[in-house]
Design a protein around this ligand. Structure first.
Ligand SMILES: Nc1ncnc2c1ncn2[C@@H]1O[C@H](COP(=O)(O)OP(=O)(O)OP(=O)(O)O)[C@@H](O)[C@H]1O
Ligand SMILES: [Mg+2]
Length: 237
């Protein structure tokens, strides 16, 4: 099974200036698997993701995407190795239309894949309706859908979402979780940071908990239910 991992991050050391944040954190995502990354505020979840993606420099450890050592690669090359990223804060192009935003990503994709523009439109009918609107004319939920759609159009082996449902209306959140189910059902992998343990337990297979830049616990998502108290200890303030 080990060779089928889409992502392996091992013993990562990283931080900002002289402030070290990751002290040997790592995680593994198998092909077709969905993994939840958990931990209280400031424990290093986003830093781990940024280190994997090449946005934060790592000073130790190793990142492999589809068996390839991508440690220290610039972010655009890591993305091309097969990772689609939905950043905290969405970062869509405000002065481009929805359609143009999507086309930027579609052009970045080097391979034909499971996600066509038509498929994106049937998954997110709102994006079709808003096709001619500019990024800055969208609601928060529409922006988030656009951010996810863009990531999918790069045909990633692994889709990474950092707090994608944060601050959104319940119906929009449901749409996002449904999308992740679809992504997973067709064999793409997912790595997701979110606070909604129930939704995570439905979508994900395994979880990793970070505490002060280290892995404090890993397991099957069934443990989020069966051993909820122990896990909530890691998550509550
Ligand atoms: N750009 C930055 N410059 C300096 N310090 C940073 C930067 N980004 C994060 N940090 C610090 O690194 C630590 C880990 O932050 P990180 O954002 O990775 O945590 P997180 O687990 O994603 O938290 P949250 O749940 O709040 O998103 C925190 O102490 C934070 O203040
Ligand atoms: Mg974060």
């Amino acid at each position: 099974m080990a060779t089928k991992d889409v992502l392996r991050a091992h013993d990562l050391q990283a931080g900002y200036g002289s402030a070290q944040v990751l002290f040997g954190a790592g995680l593994r995502v198998g092909a077709g698997e969905a993994v939840a990354l958990l931990g209280r505020n400031g424990m290093g979840k986003s830093t781990l993701i940024r280190s994997i993606l090449g946005f934060t420099r790592v000073t130790g450890g190793r990142v492999e995407v589809n068996g390839r050592d991508v440690t220290g690669w610039p972010s655009h090359r890591v993305a091309r190795a097969g990772i689609g990223w939905v950043p905290e804060g969405r970062q869509i192009f405000a002065s481009l239309t929805v359609h143009e935003n999507l086309m930027v990503s579609a052009r970045l994709a080097r391979r034909q894949g499971l996600w066509s523009l038509d498929r994106i439109h049937s998954m997110f009918p709102r994006l079709k309706e808003r096709e001619r609107n500019f990024g800055n004319q969208l609601s928060g939920g529409e922006q988030q859908m656009l951010a996810i759609a863009r990531a999918l159009l790069t045909q990633p082996a692994l889709l990474v979402l950092d707090e994608a449902t944060e601050g959104l209306a319940p119906l929009v959140r449901q749409d996002i979780w449904r999308t992740l189910m679809t992504v997973k059902a067709q064999g793409q992998s997912v790595l997701v940071v979110d606070r909604d343990l129930e939704a995570l337990a439905r979508v994900c297979d395994r979880f990793t908990v970070l505490e002060r830049g280290r892995v404090a616990r890993e397991g099957e998502v069934s443990e989020l239910v069966s051993d909820r108290q122990a896990i909530e200890r890691f998550l509550s303030v």
